[in-house]
Write a protein that binds this ligand. Structure first.
Ligand SMILES: CC(C)(COP(=O)(O)OP(=O)(O)OC[C@H]1O[C@@H](n2cnc3c(N)ncnc32)[C@H](O)[C@@H]1OP(=O)(O)O)[C@@H](O)C(=O)NCCC(=O)NCCS
Length: 403
């Protein structure tokens, strides 16, 4: 079996592998745009007797980490034909991916998983969570909260093409887990093809502005449903991004004041958000958490020195890496709010961690203490406590981007 990248004229055959694996019929009209959005030099195909049987690829992201950012390869489009499953095709593609990540000197690989039991074996750990919630509009009574002197307006898609990337880029700077969106990602985000809408309207855009500057936006859709002359319409708040609490609450007030709406749903929100403390009856909000970004450190010293640490400290890690043993080893990390260094060392470790456990804790989401109790981290209570305090951050990690 050969593993290689594809050329543009092979994109149809490449896409047909995921269409058969993920059980949908792709439309020819979107193939060109899909091909534009993919970084073809990073595509992966497994070829068996001249036929494509497995696919993958990655995006070149900058991921926000506490106090900075790191180059992160966003693994995507993983699929193996049903005829070739459990024969090691994915494993071979993962090895190819990590070789590529090393060659590009990206310290970290990240992904979103279709099934959450696939990727631990490759050294990934859950580093961000997505929350999805719904609430009946009539039950969403808001307490008095932050109010600015800005204004809300509906904007057309042309204006949205400028406003959304600007606000997103500012929001991305402060929250660990955010991924950079380049021009081709934004172009794809605005595609809004009819068969992607699942019965909802096209995207609507709302902006909150103060003194001529956009401080937040909402992208939403509505599903138009009536039962016996009663409106049962649903709003899907697909992406609400705010730079200030005033902007955030102005946008939620807009959502909860829309007429003819029965239910408000979201797609991906932080697990804890301002709304949680501003709802008069918080239990009315039905929230479900799922794993978001899975993170894997490929170059431990580069990854750990790319971030800042909440308190000054020094920890010697031994990283046990079963899939990439040469990415593991002993490393001395010294970090603070001002900077960090991490070097291979021969010293005795304070903490022994598996690769997935380190990935889970990398941007402040996971807990070394919880993983110690679970048997995936070994070390003294003091060392675990110091690592947890160093790695924690004043903003919980969250990633609103899908890839
Ligand atoms: C998930 C998928 C990519 C796995 O590909 P594959 O070529 O069968 O995987 P491999 O043969 O390399 O399996 C490697 C190991 O992972 C295990 N594994 C792989 N997929 C698994 C799954 N979905 N559930 C449980 N274990 C799985 C295998 O059993 C094997 O374990 P072993 O090493 O202990 O024998 C493939 O089944 C697929 O395309 N599924 C549908 C699409 C999908 O879920 N894609 C992932 C997108 S994020």
């Amino acid at each position: 079996m050969e593993i290689r990248s594809i050329k543009r004229d092979e994109f149809r055959e490449y896409a047909s592998v995921w269409e058969r694996t993920f059980n949908f019929d792709g439309k020819d009209e979107e193939l060109e745009q899909e091909a534009d959005a993919h970084e073809l030099d990073r595509s992966i195909v497994a070829v068996d007797s001249d036929r494509f049987v497995g696919t993958g690829g990655s995006f070149s992201f900058d991921m926000t980490v506490p106090g900075g950012s790191v180059a992160a390869a966003g693994l995507t489009a993983i699929a193996v034909l049903p005829t070739h499953r459990r024969q090691g095709v994915l494993t071979a593609m993962m090895r190819h991916h990590f070789d590529d990540v090393r060659e590009r000197e990206e310290p970290v690989s990240i992904l979103r998983a279709s099934e959450s039991l696939i990727y631990s074996r490759f050294g990934y750990g859950v580093s961000t969570l997505d929350a999805r919630w719904k609430i009946r509009k009539a039950e969403a009574v808001l307490l008095p909260g932050p109010e600015g002197n800005g204004s809300i307006s509906m904007i057309d898609v042309e204006r949205a093409r400028t406003v959304l990337p600007e606000v997103y880029a500012s929001a991305a700077r402060s929250t660990p887990g955010f991924l950079s969106r380049n021009e081709s990602i934004w172009k794809h985000a605005f595609l809004d093809l009819e068969h992607w809408r699942g019965g909802f309207t096209s995207n609507r855009f709302v902006v909150y502005e103060e003194q001529g500057r956009a401080h937040g936006y909402l992208r939403y859709r509505v599903k138009d449903t009536w039962e016996q002359s009663i409106p049962k319409n649903e709003v899907l708040a697909a992406e609400l991004m705010a730079l200030t609490p005033e902007a955030e609450m102005a946008l939620w007030r807009f959502v909860f004041s829309m007429d003819l709406i029965d239910v408000v749903r979201t797609q991906n929100r932080p697990v804890h958000e301002l709304l949680d403390v501003l709802l008069a009856e918080p239990r009315r909000l039905e929230k479900r958490r799922v794993d978001g970004i899975w993170t894997r450190l490929v170059d431990v010293p580069a990854a750990l020195s790319a971030r800042r640490y909440r308190v000054p400290g020094r920890v010697v890690f031994e990283v046990v890496d079963r899939f990439l043993p040469d990415s593991g080893g002993r490393f001395a990390l010294e970090g603070s709010l001002d900077g960090a260094s991490c070097e291979p060392t021969g010293e005795e470790p304070d903490l022994i961690v598996d690769a997935g456990a380190l990935g889970a804790c990398y941007i402040g989401g996971g807990s070394f203490e919880m993983l110690r109790v679970a048997g995936r981290v070994e070390g003294t209570r003091e060392a675990v406590r110091l690592a947890d305090t160093m790695f924690s951050w004043h903003v919980d990690p969250w990633c609103p981007h899908y890839f």
